[in-house]
Design a protein around this ligand. Structure first.
Ligand code: SF4
Length: 293
C-alpha cells in the first residue's frame, strides 16, 4: 500500500468553518438532534462530518478501532480539516496488525492518534482475580474485561469532549439497525454522537477505501470481517455475518462490548465496583455512567 504525503492532500469539497469559540457552543438537546437527524439522514458522510467539525471541533474526535469504517471516516474528515482529532482504545490485547495500522495512519495523515489505555490498578486487580483470559470463562467475565479495558477508558476520554464520531452502520448487527446519523449520547453525559456512515453498506465503505487508497487493517486480507481484540476475534467463513467472528464461543449474548450501548446483566456489575478501587470508581461513575441501574 502506498502512503501519501500531507502535501498530496486534495482540495476539500466540504470546507470546515471553525468560527465559533469552544465555550460558546451549545450542547445538543434531543429536539435539535432529532431535527438534525432528519435533515442529514440522506446527506453524504462528508457533509455530516463537515457539520460535526464545524459545530464541535476541537472538542470532538473520531473513534477508530482498526476497522475499515473508521479509516474511511478518518480519510474523509482529514480532507475536511487535517487537524481532526482521532482516538483509539488500546485494550492491551490488540492484534499486531491493528498497531501497525495506527502507525500507518500517523505516516499517511500526520495525525497524532490519541491512544487511550485502561487504568493500571484496575487492570491489575482484574488479572489477579481472574487471570489473563477471563473472557472465555463466562459472559459476565467477558463483559467485565470489556468494561475495564474499553468502556471505562472511553468514558474517561469522552468526559472531556462535546461529541464523538463513530463508524457504526445500521447493517452491521440487529442492535445497530436504528441508529441515526446525529444522536444525543446519554451513556456519556449527553454529548453528541455522530454516525456519518449509518446508512452505508460494507460495499460502499470498501469502494471508498480502494478509491482513496485509505490504509486498512491487514487482518481483512486474512479472512477477518470485523476487527477487535486478538483473543476475542477470529476470521469467518464466506457468507457468515460480519460480526460472527466476535466472541464466537458465546451464545445468547450481544455481540457488543458496551461502548455503543449500555449492557447490564446483573452479574458483572458487582465485581466491577470491587475492581474500580478504593474510591469505588466514583470518578468514572460521576463522569457519565459507564454502568448503572
Ligand atoms: Fe477483553 Fe475481549 Fe473485551 Fe478485548 S474484546 S476487552 S480482550 S473481553
Amino acid at each position: 500500500m502506498s502512503h501519501h504525503a500531507l502535501d498530496e492532500r486534495p482540495p476539500t469539497a466540504f470546507p470546515a468553518r471553525h468560527g465559533t469559540e469552544v465555550d460558546e457552543r451549545e450542547p445538543l438537546d434531543e429536539f435539535e438532534a432529532g431535527e438534525l437527524a432528519v435533515e442529514y439522514d440522506a446527506a453524504p458522510p462528508q457533509e455530516v462530518l463537515s457539520w460535526a467539525l464545524d459545530r464541535f471541533h476541537p472538542r470532538i474526535a473520531i473513534s477508530a478501532g482498526g476497522g475499515a469504517e473508521g479509516m474511511a471516516i478518518v480519510d474523509m474528515a482529514w480532507r475536511v480539516d487535517p487537524s481532526v482529532r482521532v482516538f483509539t482504545l488500546d485494550t492491551g490485547r490488540l492484534p499486531q496488525e491493528t498497531h501497525d495500522l495506527f502507525d500507518r495512519v500517523r505516516d499517511r495523515y500526520g495525525i497524532e492518534v490519541e491512544v487511550q489505555f485502561p487504568e493500571a490498578p484496575q487492570l491489575e486487580r482484574l488479572t489477579r482475580a481472574h487471570g489473563t483470559n477471563p473472557m472465555y470463562r463466562s459472559v459476565d467475565l467477558r463483559l467485565l474485561c470489556c468494561q475495564v479495558r474499553k468502556v471505562l477508558p472511553l468514558t474517561r476520554y469522552l468526559a472531556g469532549m462535546d461529541g464523538w464520531i463513530t463508524g457504526l452502520m445500521r447493517e452491521q448487527w440487529a442492535t445497530r439497525s436504528d441508529i441515526r446519523k446525529i444522536e444525543v449520547d446519554h451513556d456519556h453525559g449527553g454529548i453528541a454522537k455522530v454516525n456519518p456512515l449509518a446508512d452505508w453498506t460494507k460495499r460502499e465503505v470498501w469502494d471508498y477505501v480502494r478509491d482513496h487508497d485509505v490504509p486498512y487493517n491487514e487482518l481483512y486480507d486474512k479472512g477477518y470481517t470485523s476487527i477487535g481484540c486478538a483473543p476475542c476475534t477470529r476470521a469467518v467463513a464466506p457468507g457468515e455475518p460480519d460480526r460472527s467472528g466476535r466472541w464466537w464461543w458465546e451464545t445468547n449474548a450481544p455481540k457488543e462490548c458496551g461502548i455503543h450501548c449500555s449492557i447490564y446483566t446483573g452479574g458483572f456489575e458487582h465485581e466491577l465496583h470491587a475492581l474500580l478501587g478504593p474510591d469505588g470508581g466514583a470518578g468514572d461513575a460521576d463522569r457519565g455512567g459507564a454502568f448503572g441501574p
